[in-house]
Design a protein around this ligand. Structure first.
Ligand code: SME
Length: 159
């Protein structure tokens, strides 16, 4: 297996170089958990965000999946917190300042801003990608664009 090449340059340049590497990394591997785990690791390694991980819908709750970073809450109900809102709305949520988001679930006091991207198959949200930063205003429409492109790789349902 090749090592991930760490990319320098603008955020857009980083995404443009990283996404093909992640695609190559998971190409030919059908195990979803393995692929989510390597994707979380690749994003964390490249961008050095505080927390990068997946929650998977199981029995009408989001349950913690593969992640990189400090321990996190294991179950989130629909509509609760940033992840639960993303799931309910089936849309990416960008939170520039977590203290201003009513109902934010603070897994870590270090987290200052957050982005959550839905994983959708046939119109149904089956999970979310959650990323936390120790800085305010870390995420914008560029992150939304490229992270939505990235998660479109996972066009499969969870079994
Ligand atoms: N902050 C999230 C909870 C998950 S942790 O950040 C890993 C939320 O409000 O849904």
């Amino acid at each position: 297996m090749e090592e991930l090449i760490r990319i320098t340059g603008s955020k857009e340049a980083q995404y443009k170089a990283l996404i093909p590497q992640i695609k190559a990394l998971i190409d030919g591997e059908v195990d979803l958990i393995a692929n989510l785990a390597n994707t979380a690791a690749a994003l964390k390694q490249q961008f050095e965000w505080w927390w990068v991980g997946f929650y998977i819908v199981k029995n009408d709750e989001l349950v913690l999946g593969p992640f990189q970073g400090p321990i996190a809450c294991t179950r989130i109900k629909k509509g609760r917190g940033v992840c639960g809102k993303c799931w309910q709305d089936a849309a990416t949520v960008i939170v520039p300042d977590v203290d201003q988001f009513e109902g934010h679930i603070a897994c870590s006091s270090q987290s200052k801003s957050e982005i959550v991207i839905p994983l959708i198959k046939d119109g149904i949200v089956w999970g979310v990608l959650d990323i936390d930063s120790v800085d305010f205003n870390s995420f914008d429409d560029l992150d939304k664009l490229y992270l939505e492109e990235l998660v479109s790789i996972f066009q499969m349902t969870f079994n």
